[in-house]
Design a protein around this ligand. Structure first.
Ligand code: ITT
Length: 210
């Protein structure tokens, strides 16, 4: 069975990506299955460059198909912070709770009408370190006045989806899976992946029976 490695240590992301790739007859692994893989230093200035760096570093190390995913939250009134620094917004020892507290503190005096935000997700595909492509998706929302709900991970207890007037923390994970930034990026990723696998076969003259 073919394998794709998701170059992540984030269990929340991995759970969602596995779910979204569920229909594929492919083995989905992650960095937990490659404990000696090199650390990826996320020093890119954009989500895209960090996603590519994850895919290329782990692709070169393993020689396999790899997805690098970089994502985060952009808040309008904070000039799109935390952005690429979402995981470590409250510092190197940041936890999801500390990050959420920092967001709430910074937005203390900001009324609901000015709390627009969006999640963004970039997903890069590499084959043995060669970049095949990078795709992205986003999801618009509002930052709540306090954390609400236990579902999801990261900023989800703060992220209100206007259509439901509930946070991703409160909403059923199936709803997040159908509308999130990751869902939109992964739809495009699947198209790119299928196209690559079919061209790859032709180029390699793989000896398949057809
Ligand atoms: P890897 O680099 O190992 O993949 P990471 O958590 O450091 O893990 P990122 O650098 O891409 O990954 O940072 C993503 C952060 O953005 C994540 O830790 C959350 O704080 C936030 N985030 C991204 N997607 C999210 C989502 O669907 N729900 C809640 N928070 C999310």
């Amino acid at each position: 069975m073919k394998e794709i490695i998701i170059a992540t240590k984030n269990q929340g992301k991995l759970r969602e990506i596995k779910e979204l790739l569920g229909e594929f007859n492919i083995k989905v692994t992650s960095l937990a299955d490659y404990p000696d893989a090199p650390d990826v230093v996320e020093d890119g200035k954009t989500f895209s460059s960090n996603a590519i760096k994850k895919a290329v570093t782990i692709g070169k190390y393993t020689g396999k198909l790899v997805m690098g995913e970089d994502s985060g939250l952009e808040i309008d009134v904070l000039d799109n912070q935390p952005g690429i620094y979402s995981a470590r917004f409250a510092g190197d020892d940041a936890t999801y709770q500390k990050n959420n507290e920092k967001v709430l503190k910074l937005l203390e005096d900001v009324p609901m009408a000015k709390r627009q935000a969006r999640y963004r997700c970039f997903a890069a595909l590499s084959d043995g370190g060669k970049v095949i492509g990078v795709v992205n998706g986003s999801c618009a929302g509002l930052i709540a006045l306090s954390t609400r709900g236990e579902n999801g991970f990261g900023y989800d207890p703060l992220f209100i989806v206007p259509r439901y007037k509930k946070t991703f923390g409160e909403l059923n994970p199936d709803i997040k899976a159908a509308i999130s930034h990751r869902f939109h990026a992964l739809q495009k990723f699947k198209t790119m992946f299928i196209a690559y696998l079919s061209t790859g076969k032709k180029e390699l003259g793989c000896g398949c029976p057809h």
